[in-house]
Design a protein around this ligand. Sequence first.
Ligand code: SAM
Length: 369
Amino acid sequence: MTLTVPCLFGLESLVADEMRRLQLQNVRAENGRVHCEGTLADIARLNINLRCGARVLMELGSFPAPDFEALFQGVAALPWEEFIPKDGEFPVKGYSLNSTLHSVPACQAIVKKASAKRLGAVYGCETLPETGSRYQIQFSIIKDVATLYLDTSGEGLYKRGYRAQNMGAPLRETLAAALVTLSRYRGRDPFCDPFCGSGTIPIEAALIAKNRAPGLDRSFSAQKWKNMPSRLWLEAGDEAMDKEFHGAYDIWGGDIDPAAVELARHNAELAGVEDYIRFEVADAGKFHRDSEYGQLVTNPPYGERLMEKREAEELYRSFGAAMRTMPPKWRILVLSSHTEFERCFGRQADKKRKLYNGMIKCDAFLYGR
Ligand SMILES: C[S@@+](CC[C@H](N)C(=O)[O-])C[C@H]1O[C@@H](n2cnc3c(N)ncnc32)[C@H](O)[C@@H]1O
């Protein structure tokens, strides 16, 4: 079957790499999503292992839907009963892009009616109870072609389960994992985040260093599905745990705000990586390390959400000055949406990559080869 993993814009190639490493077949990336061919077992493996993907969708079918009748007939022709049992709850959500059918609530109602009609006919009842497990239906209509999915993840994969509370502007866990991956951190060199906030980047770095699957401590919708044997989840969990490393790592997170540092420590405990990270109250403007190699990945305040723009620029200046004291072989990656970041920081990036933090357009500025 075709499995589709939506992701934040800019992360497609990283997600595709993750899928290839999990030996999924026919991996192909497009804007904001990556497809592959897989089995029910792969649904469990993807949900448990993916660091940068947003969720795992199972594709049921795709067809032209230039009008409501075509949408209705196309949805009613799909074999919903192969997956959704008589008591299954099947809410519908979706979106439409560049299509004649552009009213999402109207399309939602049609998809619901058509799938309910099919299930009602198969199960011989006019009203379905919807009292059982959740089978979230998702649809997309792009250029008049409808594609229907079942969402196997439930809560987005960025919800690893370790972030009990949020600080002001936390980074999505999937994006933090992507930044750590882009820095090519493998657990060998020192790793630092001097604006760590609630600790997301150092925690994701620790999970990557240990090769610990990010989904081991949470549950997924499809775990409750009738057609998905529970042994598939146990096997995927065992396979992931067998790949874990047990080394010693030098990971550090600093923040000027003592409350952030306390929260970061708490989150690291929840993630089970508190023994691998040191958190400290520290001013990023005074950051320095002597070791020859290292990776620094960070997400300083942007200026629009946490402080005024001018204050952020001042901060980038002092942080830039601190970075000029660093040994030259450190790889430094800074995520910022501030258009003047490089000018304030005082150095043009060696590489830039466009990313989205939720709806905020950002750049990852990479210094060092
Ligand atoms: C955008 S947030 C980082 C969010 C973090 N990545 C997370 O996931 O929670 C920026 C952080 O920089 C901290 N900060 C501001 N000025 C600082 C300074 N001079 N030195 C260190 N940290 C500072 C703020 O307290 C805030 O927690």
